[in-house]
Design a protein around this ligand. Structure first.
Ligand code: ADP
Ligand code: 5GP
Length: 203
């Protein structure tokens, strides 16, 4: 069953302004989810926004962490019902999409949310909510290091090569983002990300 709103918001986290929709992009394997998991533990009142996807869960993942895992039939029904702000087929033809009712609810009710999205989805989101979106690009110290991280995470070389070839496209968009972090040292990058998010939500 696909939930109506993907996030269990708590009224005490409501801000007296519209919510911010913070988007993190960067090639697959650069460390977006690792960084987000670390930083969100230290930040109260900022919610992770799960996308929906049809790709299989990896070990260590669970429902809504980091995705709402749905079947292709469910995803296609959601497309028909206009439930996505944007959706894309990425990598192995899996669908990924951002749930529009959850985002509208968060922005309208003063909840700050953060998600990760590919560069094309981020461009669509910026067009839809230009005033409420802030964007952060995470870049690897080198392609060799990105490859090393992908091989450390996944054992299927086809999956990895798909992600590496897409990285080229993703990296071309980095100048369009509000903030840029080179994820070399994890502790330092997590600190930078935390500071950026704090700056955004206090602005
Ligand atoms: P993404 O969400 O961008 O696809 P992940 O967060 O899954 O990437 O990270 C991919 C792999 O790289 C994971 O195994 C993670 O532990 C590792 N990783 C992330 N950041 C760093 C870093 N700064 N240094 C070394 N390894 C890292
Ligand atoms: P994976 O998690 O399968 O390694 O990679 C998923 C890729 O899809 C990442 O680049 C991630 O940023 C992107 N992604 C995740 N959710 C969405 C979404 O809702 N929309 C779009 N356009 N991209 C997404």
């Amino acid at each position: 069953m696909v939930p109506e709103i993907f996030i269990p918001f708590h009224p005490e986290d409501q801000r007296p302004r519209n919510g911010y929709f913070i988007i993190l992009s960067g090639p697959s394997g650069v460390g977006k989810n690792t960084l987000l998991n670390r930083v969100l533990q230290d930040l109260s009142g900022v919610y992770y926004m799960p996308s929906a996807t049809t790709r299989p869960m990896r070990p260590g993942e669970s429902q809504l962490n980091p995705y709402a895992f749905v079947s292709t039939e469910e995803f296609e029904a959601m497309i028909e019902q206009g439930q996505f702000l944007e959706w894309k087929k990425i990598h192995t033809n899996a669908y990924y999409g951002t749930h529009l009712p959850t985002i509208r609810y968060a922005i309208d009710n003063g909840y700050d949310i953060i998600t990760d999205m590919d560069v094309l989805g981020c461009a669509d989101a910026m067009e839809a909510f230009p005033q409420h979106i802030r964007t952060i690009f995470i870049t690897p110290p080198s392609i060799a290091e990105l490859s090393h991280r992908l091989y450390g995470r996944d054992s299927d070389p086809v999956n990895i090569e798909q992600r590496l070839s897409r990285a080229e496209l993703e990296l071309k968009y980095q100048d369009k983002y509000d903030y840029l972090i080179v994820n070399d040292d994890l502790d330092q990058s997590a600190e930078e990300l935390k500071e950026i998010i704090q700056k955004i939500i206090l602005s």
